[in-house]
Design a protein. Structure first.
Length: 101
């Protein structure tokens, strides 16, 4: 989280399903989407592997996250529509998370 703050990145909301993660993110326009995803995947992989040693053993020398991603700017769609879409992607409300300051 500190790394995101230092880069001006705010994770507004997230949703975790069995095979993918949705994130609603705000970041400076100077950060390319590919660099944003690269940073988030790399940092979260490092943190998860430090916290859960079984992941470090299982994924040593491999990638924790798949190389693919999909990115879409909010543009003509409102932030509320994106949030509602993300909340509809899971039946388990416990898997939806929000980051608040």
């Amino acid at each position: 989280m500190q790394g995101c703050v230092a880069r001006g990145i705010t994770i507004i909301q997230g949703n975790i399903t069995r095979n993918h993660v949705h994130l609603l993110v705000s970041c400076p326009p100077s950060i390319a989407p590919s660099k944003l995803v690269q940073y988030l995947k790399g940092r979260s992989s490092k943190i998860l592997q430090e916290e859960f040693s079984m992941l470090k053993r299982k994924y040593w020398g491999q990638h924790l996250w798949s190389p693919g991603y999909f990115c879409r700017s909010v543009g003509t769609v409102t932030q509320e529509i994106i949030k509602a879409y993300m909340e509809d992607q899971t039946d388990d409300i416990e898997k939806t998370f929000k980051i608040t300051k």
